[in-house]
Each structure stands twice: as structure tokens, then as C-alpha cells.
Design a protein around this ligand. Structure first.
Ligand code: UGA
Length: 475
């Protein structure tokens, strides 16, 4: 197949390998842009579940999209990765990059994918790395595919980091702040621009890419941007830079959170209000108001892991990563901060019962990976507290994986139920429904009217007027 076939108006088949929190929204996003997409995953139960139109995890709006795209025939599932490799023109690699003990990324799944691709290359393919990977992974992928492939078939490897967030994955895929394309060939660039055409902004893109120069190519983008008048800017760059953009972005977000948590501690000892400080800081467009919510710290599968991986990557190359180490340390210290607040509220923790509102690492998801709730609950159980827990989406997942003292953890059917007989409420995830709880009623079924709001979700005046002792973060 020639370049003309792939970059002309003919239909392309997109293969997506790895159907997790990034791969599935990506696959369904491309399908809803009109592309023919085939997805595969090593987990055959997941593939079967998706084939029935059922979601293996909670993500708002994704199940509807899955059912629509399956019905339209634009999204198909396969249990045969080699078949997907052969059928696809462009392969998005979205497999996991978990963590080794030392913080480095485990890229063994990527190598396995590279070998499978190499063994089943049957014509030119563009392989796109979407997983978050250490810098220079794309060049390793390229080397591995060339090394394990029998034929001398042409292929390209590009880097297209994903910035979508769990809980708003569908919206984020369709409305990216930027689309970063790390390419080192004209053909890869043209293919990716073609695939993303409906999402691209009218007025040009930054190109610091394939020829080393920086320029804006508004003519080409105008051709590629017909459907989306308010589309997204494209950043065309080289693969190494694209990989660093992803790590730098997540590390910067983590830095903002640890920074505001440090300011929150400062506010607490000074009688100031971190919410007002953050709001005024955020009015400066150089700072922006986003990611300045103080609380129990950042969790999830990305920020903590990617931060550690970036630190490892830098230190391995003798770059001083002290700043990011401090970001990580500040985050780790949030657990003790919360425990000391509960101690301040209840004095002795032994034999106290706490209602835990929220287990997920953030609202809008059932994901509990590296959720602050895990460590905080572990500490409370070590102090011999009993816990009555509730989360709208994460209960099953939490129950099946949390290893601490099951005899002292009760899984409750509502936030109100969790408060029955409790000496205090500890709010760990800012689910909007916790704001709707009738606190006057809840107060009457609690042993002590105490709330420790780890996310500053509730209104301090309102809660105190209802007779609660209210502790929050940095105000
Ligand atoms: C993060 C990034 O925001 C995405 O851009 C990126 O694509 C994704 O990682 C990834 O690499 O795949 P996500 O893990 O879904 O997305 O979660 P975030 O919304 O970033 O929240 C991370 C944590 O920070 C949560 O625990 C949240 O509660 C906490 N957080 C966030 C704060 O404590 N304060 C804030 O102001 C914002």
C-alpha cells in the first residue's frame, strides 16, 4: 500500500490495543468521529463484557457511546491481537505502563505489543504510542519492531499523548485543550492530521517538528478542520518532546496541588482562608484558577505514578529532581495531616466509629487506584477505629481489594446510613451528592456531631449553624 492510499480520502481502519481508562474512550472517540475502529485487550472477560455493550468500569457517558458505536458498526471488538494488527492501518497503543518498586515505568507490555506488531506486519502501518511512557520509548518501540520483524516492511512510530481525565473522558476526548503529535515522518504527520481533522482548530498549529523549524501551517489545517469551528490547537513536534510534554504536564498539575496544600497549611496556622487565597491567585492568567483545590492530596493511576516515573527518569540522567521530590513528599504528608485533624476533633481514636464519605480518588469515577482513602483508612484502622463507609461508585471495587481489618469496616447503603452511631464524618471525595445530604437529620443519628471535610466541600457557616463541630482544610 502506498502513502497515497493512506493519506487520501479512503477509509482507514484504526486498531486500539488496550481498552482501559484511556484506550476505551480513545477507541470510541475515534469511532464517533466516523472512523472504523477495532479494539483488543488481553483481558478476554473485558472484551466479552464490552461486546455485550457493558462497561467494565464506571465512566460517565461511555456506556451510551459504546452501545451507539457497536450498533452503528463503527466500533468492533476482537480477541485476536494479531488479527487487529493485520487489519488496522493505524494502531494506537494504549496498554498499561505500571510501576516498578523503584518508581520506574514497567514497559514490558509495550515490548510485547511491539513484538506482536513486528510479527504480523503485512503492509505499511503507523503505530501510535498513547500510553504514558518514559522519554525515548518511541525510539525503543521502533527499534523493537524493526528487530523482530521478518520482512523489510515500512512503518512509522508516533507519539500522541492523551490528556483526558477520568470522570470527564468523553468530553475531554472531544474537546482536547491541545492535540500533541510527536512525529518524525511526513507520512505519520499527514495520517494523524487526517484522523484528528474533525477536532482541529481553524487557525493554524504549532509545528516544531519534522524539519526542526517552527511554523504555522494554516492552509493545511483549514483543509483539515471543516467540522469543528471551535476545535483544538495541534502541536506538531518530535516524539521525544511529545513524551516529555505528557510527563511535564502531569508533574506540573501535581506541583500545583502540592503547592496549594502547602499554602493551605500556612493559612491554617495564620487564620487565613485558602479558598480565598486560591481564588485571588487564580485571577492571574499566568496562574489560572484550576487545580488549586486544597485537600487530602492527589491520587489515581496517573498523577502519583507519572510523577514518580518522571523523577526516576530525571535522576537516572543526573537531572536534579528535588523540586518534584518535594511535590511528592508534600502529597505523602497529607495522610498524617488528615489523621491529626481527626485526632484534634476526637482526641482518642481507639474505639471511635467514623463515617467515611467517598472512597474513589476523585468524584465521577469508581477508580480507587492510589486513592487517599486507602492509606487514610489503613491508618485509622491501625488506631483501632471502626469505619462505616459509603461511595456512590467505588464500593464493590474497594471491598474486593482493600485488605485492612474487614471486621471493622461496614459498607453502607447511603451517606446517611454511614453516619448511624458515628463519632464523626470524614469526607474524602467531593461527590456532589454529599452536599445534598440532610445534615440536620444526620446529626440526630450520630454519636457526636463532628465533620472533618477533607475536600472543603461543605459550607462552614451552614454546617456550624446546624450544631456541628466542623474541621476543613486551610480555612
Ligand atoms: C490526570 C490528568 O489531569 C489528565 O490530564 C491526564 O490525562 C491523566 O491524569 C492521565 O495521565 O491519564 P486523572 O488522573 O483523571 O487525570 O485525575 P485528575 O483530575 O488530574 O485528579 C488527580 C487527583 O488530584 C485527584 O485525586 C484529585 O482529587 C486531585 N486534585 C485535583 C486535588 O487534590 N486538587 C485539585 O485542585 C485538583
Amino acid at each position: 500500500m502506498t502513502k497515497d492510499y493512506l493519506t487520501s480520502g479512503q477509509q482507514l481502519t484504526i486498531g486500539v490495543l488496550g481498552l482501559g481508562h484511556v484506550g476505551l474512550p480513545t477507541a470510541l472517540g475515534f469511532a464517533s468521529l466516523g472512523w472504523s475502529v477495532v479494539g483488543a485487550d488481553d483481558d478476554q472477560d473485558k472484551v466479552k463484557c464490552l461486546g455485550r455493550g457493558e462497561m467494565p468500569f464506571y465512566e460517565p457517558g461511555l456506556e451510551e457511546l459504546l452501545r451507539d458505536q457497536l450498533a452503528l458498526g463503527r466500533f468492533r471488538l476482537s480477541s485476536d491481537v494479531p488479527e487487529v494488527v493485520q487489519e488496522a492501518d493505524v494502531i494506537f497503543v494504549c496498554v498499561g505502563t505500571p510501576q516498578h518498586e523503584d518508581g520506574s515505568a514497567d514497559v514490558s507490555q509495550l515490548e510485547r505489543v511491539a513484538i506482536t506488531i513486528a510479527r504480523h506486519l503485512n503492509r505499511y502501518k503507523l503505530i501510535v504510542e498513547k500510553s504514558t511512557t518514559p522519554v525515548r520509548t518511541a525510539s525503543q518501540l521502533k527499534r523493537a519492531i524493526a528487530r523482530y520483524s521478518d520482512d523489510d516492511l515500512d512503518f512509522d512510530v508516533a507519539v500522541n499523548p492523551e490528556f483526558l481525565r477520568e470522570g470527564s473522558a468523553v468530553f475531554d476526548f472531544m474537546n482536547p485543550d491541545r492535540i500533541v503529535l510527536g512525529v518524525d515522518s511526513q507520512r505519520a504527520k499527514e495520517l494523524l492530521l487526517r484522523i484528528y481533522k474533525p477536532l482541529i482548530k481553524h487557525n493554524g498549529y504549532q509545528d516544531s517538528g519534522t524539519d526542526g523549524s517552527t511554523h504555522s501551517d494554516s492552509t493545511e489545517v483549514n483543509r483539515h478542520s471543516g467540522n469543528s469551528p471551535s476545535g483544538s490547537p495541534i502541536v506538531l513536534t518530535d516524539p521525544n518532546t511529545a513524551e516529555i510534554i505528557k510527563h511535564a504536564s502531569n508533574s506540573f498539575l501535581a506541583t500545583k496541588i502540592s503547592f496549594i496544600n502547602l499554602v493551605s497549611d500556612m493559612c491554617e496556622v495564620s487564620g487565613a482562608d485558602v479558598r480565598e487565597v486560591a481564588s485571588a491567585m487564580g485571577m492571574d492568567p499566568r496562574i489560572s484558577p484550576h487545580f488549586l483545590d486544597a485537600g487530602v492530596g492527589f491520587g489515581g493511576y496517573c498523577l502519583p505514578k507519572d510523577l514518580r516515573a518522571f523523577i526516576f527518569m530525571g535522576e537516572e540522567r543526573n537531572v536534579d529532581m528535588a523540586l518534584l521530590r518535594a511535590v511528592s513528599d508534600v502529597n505523602d504528608a497529607r495522610v498524617e495531616k488528615v489523621i491529626s485533624k481527626i485526632r484534634q476533633a476526637l482526641w482518642v481514636l481507639e474505639d471511635k466509629t467514623l463515617a467515611i464519605w467517598g472512597l474513589a480518588f476523585k468524584p465521577g469515577t469508581g477508580d480507587i487506584r492510589e486513592a487517599p482513602s486507602i492509606e487514610i483508612m489503613g491508618r485509622l484502622l491501625a488506631e483501632r477505629c471502626s469505619l462505616r463507609v459509603y461511595d456512590p461508585e467505588a464500593m464493590l471495587e474497594f471491598k474486593s481489594s482493600f485488605s485492612g481489618s474487614p471486621e471493622r469496616v461496614v459498607y453502607c447503603k447511603s451517606p446517611e446510613d454511614a453516619c448511624e452511631g458515628a463519632h464523626g464524618v470524614l469526607l474524602l471525595t467531593e461527590w456532589p451528592q454529599f452536599r445534598e445530604v440532610d445534615l440536620a437529620q444526620v446529626r440526630d443519628i450520630m454519636t457526636l456531631p463532628v465533620i472533618v471535610d477533607g475536600r472543603n466541600l461543605l459550607d462552614p457557616n451552614e454546617v456550624r449553624q446546624l450544631g456541628f463541630e466542623y474541621h476543613c482544610m486551610g480555612r
